[in-house]
Structure formats: structure tokens, C-alpha cells
Design a binder for this molecule. Structure first.
Ligand SMILES: [Zn+2]
Length: 497
């Protein structure tokens, strides 16, 4: 925002985000004060959140706003006019939402039913978006200025839609228009801005679909008259606000799960020349306007947040995945085929010649098979380390029982046969609910792949690379394991497609 502080008078002078005039600016509350926005908040700007190559979503740097969420964005005239014309109608709408949410605390949607002034409500909401997007927004949609400053004007400019949802989250965010692109998917890019603070969140789109399909489209509110009341009877989805990303409705827990999954999946063991891990479906957000000083993430400034910060430190101690050079996942599927117990142990996050690898053997089942699959993986990775004359710390997420894992890790029992887990390898168990969810998800995927390979094998045999030629291996070609004691190390490794 083009604003400056007039040092002589201690006043902020700049371009008003509604009328576009160069004037003294007043503090605009987003949402309005009467709807409950009066508490002190911590304000983190985008530059506080995006640090280096990452984003600090939990505890970004902040400044304290004594007056609540908002900033100096409007001149006195515009602030007073919008407040007088639309403020009360908006606050009533918001307070009804607060009431409805109180009755159903953990609902995924909430029913609202009361008489409102639709045009006044949407004009107040549009004025929020004008403040959040800064004075540069004028040049993009000049019609919005008339819509807000002429209280009787009706209809939004072509291509503009406004959506609403409910939220009970403690965090709030003001996000200027940005392009959201999901990399590696065919999803069309989206273009939207968001103003969200409990009990309501709003999304404005410009010639774009909204970030998700269940938001309530309130664009038609703009077709009513200024003095016209209407019965608003609708169900609003309830969304969570935690990150600074507009359109991101994940809870803190969901974000942590996704983050950890991304970290483990991205942590490929490189076994061949130039090889880059498969990038996840990244979301890019390209800022559209210099949105100025009032965008960002807002957190309540109270002792509860302090407790959360302490928990963050506690959590960080629990599992430090950065200390491993790679994290591998192995799961085994066993089935009776031709009177034999046939096992496929599949490995995630490890590729050979760009193909994932699996181990296949027969003669054991259950925990013995799972432990033997894990042993095959450890032997395989150890051989690679020897060949390449390197070492590294390897974490293995496996389907071996957690009590057994502990004993294997400290050398009390061999993994399988007489094979003791070498140094640098560690079988890891989840240490908290987030890790539990992540491990379960990754193991399930791995096990499903193992089961599919097992079915393929039964139907057509197992492609095995021998002297650079693929040939199909049948069950008779597989090594037989009759007891833990007889497990040897000569069983073949098999690359599968
Ligand atoms: Zn103004």
C-alpha cells in the first residue's frame, strides 16, 4: 500500500483502498469491530511466514495489533460511510453465525436462518476485499469502488463471485488475490482472494472457480435493494483456518500429517546415476498485487497460544527424521498359492533403474515373513553401501510388531534367521498420533502394492532381471524358507514394474 507516516502529526497518509484518494488513513477493522473483532492479535506478514525456502506455519514472527485484525487502509469518509450503511447488517449476520456455531461445536456444516439485508452484507464484504487487496485493486476492478460508495448500486462486475463459509478457528487470515496452481495435475489454475475470521470466511474469485466446491455462493446478494430484507436460509460449510494459504482448509493436524508424508516420500534412496525424487503435487501461489501492510495471518494474543508454543517445542523433540539419510518403508503380503505360503515384500521409496523393488520368497508366513522381508531390504541396502563405499543412517518403517522392533534395534534378537540388524539401520515406530497416522497410511499403501504384485505373480509370474534380460519367474523358481534358522542370504532380489 502506498502509505507513509506524517512524522509531524503522527498521522498515516496514503491512498484510500476504496475511493483511491490520497488522504489520512484510519484503521479499518476486518471484519468489523461490532462483529467481535476487538481482541489484541499477533499479526504475521507473508515475509514473517515464508523464511528461506520454507514456511513457518506454527510460530512465525509477529507484531502485536492492539486494535484487533485490520490496518490503516481507508480514509475517514470511506470508513465512516461503509460502517454506517453496512456495518450493522453485517454484524447481525455474523452474530447469527456465531450463535449457530455455538450450538454445534464440531459440525461440518451449520444451518443459518434469519432475515438479513443481503445487499448491505455483501457491500461490507466487498469493502473488506478492497482493503485486503490494497489501492492497486482499483485499476483491476474500478466498478467495485462505485458498488461500495453508492449504497444503492446493485450487481457485481462480470466475473466476480463472492463465497461464504463458517469457521470456529482461532486463527484469521487476509490474503490478497493470488494465482493458485497445482503442479503436475490437470486442475485449472484458480484466482482468488480470501478474508477469513471466525465466525465467517469469504472468498472472492475473478473469472475462476472457487478453491473448493462446497462454499456458499452469495454473489446474488448484490441483486437486492438497499432497503430490501430477505430470509436467508442456508447451510454453510464449516472450515478450518490454520495456514496462511488462501483456500487451505486443513486443520493443524492434517497439515502436520501431509508435511511428514511429503518428507518421507521425498526422501528417496538414490541408487542410480542422476535421479531426482518425484516432486509432490506442489501448490504455487503467485501474488497478483502489492497488497500492502494488512495481509497476513492473525493469532489471538492470549496465554492459550503460549501453551501451544510450548507444545510445539515438545513435539519437535519426539522424532527427528532429519537425522536419517533415508527413510524406507517395507510391507509384506503372504498368500497360499499351490500349497505354498508365497510372500511379496514390497519397498516404498527405493528404486532401481527407476523401478520400485520387491522381494519374493516362499515357505513362511505372518511375522516370520514380515521379518524376513525386512531382512532382505537391509541386506540389499547394505550391499549397495558396500559397493559404493558409502554409509548412511537408514530408518525403516515396517509391519513388524513394535515390541519386536525394539529388541531388533538393540540387538537382543536377530531380524530373521541369525541376521542381526547392522549399525546405521533403525526400525522406527510412531511416537505420537501424527506419526501413527502417517505410518499407517504409508504402510497401507505399501501393503496394497505388495498384494497387487502377489496377484500379478499368481497370474503371470514375476519378471526378474537375469543377465540384463527379463524373464518370468514362477513359484518353483523361488527359494523356500522352512524355518527361521534355515533362512539364508542367497535369495534373489527382484525388480518389478
Ligand atoms: Zn476513501
Amino acid at each position: 500500500m502506498a502509505s507513509r507516516v506524517d512524522r509531524n502529526k503522527g498521522k498515516m497518509v496514503g491512498t484510500c483502498c476504496i475511493c483511491g484518494k490520497e488522504k489520512e488513513l484510519t484503521f479499518e477493522h476486518l471484519p468489523s469491530k461490532a462483529s467481535g473483532n476487538v481482541r489484541r492479535v499477533k499479526h504475521s506478514r507473508p515475509t514473517d511466514i515464508f523464511v528461506g525456502n520454507g514456511a513457518n506455519l506454527c510460530t512465525p514472527a509477529f507484531t502485536i495489533l492492539q486494535q484487533g485484525i485490520g490496518g490503516p487502509s481507508l480514509c475517514k469518509n470511506c470508513n465512516n460511510s461503509t460502517g454506517r450503511w453496512y456495518g450493522t447488517a453485517y454484524s447481525e449476520f455474523a452474530l447469527r453465525a456465531t450463535g449457530a456455531l455455538k450450538e454445534k461445536n464440531d459440525a461440518v456444516s451449520v444451518d443459518l436462518s434469519h432475515n438479513i439485508y443481503p445487499l448491505r452484507v455483501i457491500k461490507q464484504v466487498v469493502s473488506f476485499f478492497m482493503s485486503a487487496n490494497g489501492p492497486g485493486f482499483h485499476s483491476v476492478k474500478p466498478e467495485l469502488k462505485e458498488f461500495v460508495l453508492d449504497r444503492d448500486a446493485r450487481g457485481l462486475p462480470d466475473g466476480i463471485h463472492v463465497y461464504v463459509y463458517a469457521t470456529t478457528s482461532e486463527r484469521s487470515r487476509l490474503c490478497a488475490f493470488a494465482v493458485s496452481i497445482k503442479a503436475l495435475t490437470n486442475e485449472p489454475q484458480k484466482f482468488f482472494s480470501e478474508v477469513a475470521s471466525a465466525p465467517l470466511g469469504f472468498v472472492m474469485t475473478m473469472d475462476s472457480a472457487p478453491p473448493c466446491d462446497d462454499l456458499y455462493d452469495m454473489t446474488h446478494f448484490a441483486q437486492f435493494d438497499y432497503n430490501q430484507q430477505a430470509d436467508f436460509s442456508s447451510r454453510l460449510p464449516v472450515k478450518s483456518i490454520y495456514s496462511y494459504f488462501a483456500g487451505d482448509y486443513r486443520t493443524r493436524e492434517q497439515i502436520e500429517v501431509d508435511f511428514l508424508i511429503g518428507k518421507i516420500r521425498g526422501n528417496y534412496l538414490k541408487l542410480e546415476g542422476p535421479h531426482s525424487p518425484k516432486p509432490p503435487a506442489l501448490q504455487f501461489r503467485i501474488p497478483f498485487l502489492d497488497s500492502g501492510r494488512i495481509t497476513g495471518l492473525f493469532r489471538p494474543h492470549d496465554p492459550r497460544e503460549q501453551n501451544n508454543a510450548d507444545n510445539d517445542t515438545e513435539r519437535a523433540r519426539e522424532h527427528d527424521f532429519d537425522k536419517y539419510d533415508c527413510i524406507l518403508i517395507v510391507c509384506s503380503a503372504t498368500e497360499e498359492v499351490s500349497n505354498e505360503q508365497l510372500t511379496v515384500s514390497h519397498v516404498s521409496n527405493l528404486t532401481v533403474n527407476s523401478e520400485p523393488i520387491s522381494f519374493c520368497f516362499r515357505g513362511v508366513s505372518g511375522e516370520s515373513a514380515r521379518r524376513h522381508g525386512c531382512r532382505k531390504l537391509v541386506e540389499y541396502v547394505s550391499r549397495i553401501f558396500e559397493d559404493q563405499n558409502v554409509t548412511g543412517r537408514v530408518a525403516i518403517i515396517s509391519d513388524i510388531e513394535s515390541e519386536t522392533q525394539k529388541k531388533v534395534n538393540n540387538g537382543q534378537v536377530p531380524i530373521s534367521g541369525e541376521f542381526v540388524l547392522p549399525q546405521y539401520f533403525e526400525l522406527v515406530s510412531p511416537k505420537n498420533a501424527i506419526e501413527m497416522e502417517v505410518f499407517d497410511k504409508l504402510k497401507l499403501e505399501c501393503l496394497e502394492r505388495a498384494s497387487n504384485i502377489l496377484s500379478e505373480f499368481r497370474g503371470a509370474g514375476f519378471p526378474q532381471l537375469i543377465n540384463e534380460q527379463f524373464r518370468l519367474m514362477t513359484i518353483q523358481d523361488l527359494p523356500i524358507l522352512r524355518s527361521e534358522a534355515s533362512l539364508d542370504t542367497n535369495m534373489g532380489t527382484t525388480g518389478t514394474s
